[in-house]
Design a protein around this ligand. Sequence first.
Ligand code: MN
Length: 313
Amino acid sequence: MSNLAASPEFEAVQASVAHSVLLNPRLVELTPRSGISIKRTLPHREIRLIGAWCFVDHYGPTNQSGAMKVAAHPHTGLQTVTWLFSGEVEHRDSVGSVQQIKPGELNIMTAGFGISHSELSSNSTDDLHGIQLWIALPDQDRFIKPSFNHHDDLPISQSENTRIQVFIGSFSGLTAPTKNYSPLLGAEILFKKQAEESFDLNNKFEHGFLLVEGQAKINGQEVPVGSLLYLSTGNNHVELECTKYSRLILLGGEPLLEPLIMWWNFIARTHDEIVEMREDWENDAVRFTAFWDQIGEKIPAPQLPNLKLRPRN
Ligand code: MN
């Protein structure tokens, strides 16, 4: 676990010209009880963040019934984003939210100082497919009051070749109403037929293209399903060559140059903050108010490693 620094050659490239890095996913269990494995592309050994996006999990498609059952667990210092391609999930949390989500809708939970939540796919869901993303809150906002928002009002544009929906920030002439705390972009691009399309990019942003399904070449580079192509700042546009029904998630943002410590479900800046957050969860502190759900359990925090946690980005 010590070999996390990028190679010197890589840093030299990063400092000089626009470049790309293909991030292949690793398979992880969502929780011991969730029953599905997920493909994680962020954080990655080579790339820790894309803007403030710090965590990308892609799960499904699965044909198991009751595919997702994630008992109550805490978060701090981040926003969570739930975006589905198929299926339906119920979200409950410690600020009193009870919300069903379907494809085309956004759940965004701002953990701030502290929140706990659970997720349960509906009984009728036999084809769960979606992504779970985290956004690191910048230092000045990371202890804000927790909140939850659901959006079923996100902008969509249709062209002959593509259908685009933006869930955070602005892209391709569309702007989402979503509240976030640093310059950021999140969008879904669906190809309605095989086509080549060029899109303008904000050159102050770094970007990531996750191929959810289909076949895609991005700036001429083939990207396997489940992998994420990282593009550094300095790109003014991107060329996509995709087969019919290819689906991509585009993430972008201004580089977040803050030393984050990500441990379990917490984001902090110091080891001692993580210790305190963990103890608050284990001791049912007011920070993570209890709430009722059908699952009726909480996920215990893992043991802290026997070393001092340090920022990795
Ligand atoms: Mn969570």
